[in-house]
Design a binder for this molecule. Structure first.
Ligand code: HEC
Length: 138
């Protein structure tokens, strides 16, 4: 028996490993949930420019791209119509209410049987609300 024995008892090593594993799991979980948040961010502006694909067809000024420029669009349309349109352009087109008729006339699309606007993916009600809020800023 010469000198002190500095070995760490085995039970302590496994205990420390458990702590590390726990920390690792917590860290990975935090990292993952954070990246998911960024990837699926769905506020109106993000939807407009990314996930919703609006910017593929619309400019935020008064210039036409595929669809009309959207500057001031919330002053042309009622909020209820905007929500209806974003929820289902095809159905809105076919129903052809007074506001849709006005738009079609303004855009010279009275005779088109279906809308040029095709959504990249169906929008949830909250996403529609967010988009309408964003449109109000244009
Ligand atoms: C594939 C192209 C395309 C995409 C994607 C698209 N739009 Fe459209 N949008 C159009 C076209 C074209 C019109 C004109 C009416 C028509 O023919 O459908 C229109 C019309 C509109 C109008 C009415 C404009 C007016 O002057 O009365 C609004 C508001 C609108 N879009 C918002 C959006 C938003 C918000 C998104 C994203 C969720 C979007 N659009 C995605 C093509 C598109």
């Amino acid at each position: 028996m010469g000198g002190a024995d500095f070995r760490i008892p085995f039970f302590l090593v496994t205990d420390m490993m458990k702590t590390w594993h726990l920390l690792l799991v917590v860290f990975l979980f935090a990292a993952c949930s954070q990246s998911t948040e960024v990837e699926f961010k769905r506020d109106g502006k993000s939807l407009y420019y990314n996930f919703g694909g609006c910017a593929n067809c619309h400019r935020t000024n008064d210039q036409k791209l595929v669809g009309p420029g959207l500057a001031g669009v919330s002053k042309i349309h009622t909020e209820a119509w905007l929500k209806k349109w974003l929820k289902d352009p095809k159905k809105t087109w076919e129903e052809n209410d007074a506001e849709t008729q006005e738009m079609r006339k303004r855009l010279g699309e009275e005779k088109k049987s279906s809308p040029g606007m095709k959504l990249m993916h169906p929008l949830e009600d909250e996403e529609v609300d967010g988009l309408v809020e964003f449109l109000k800023t244009l």
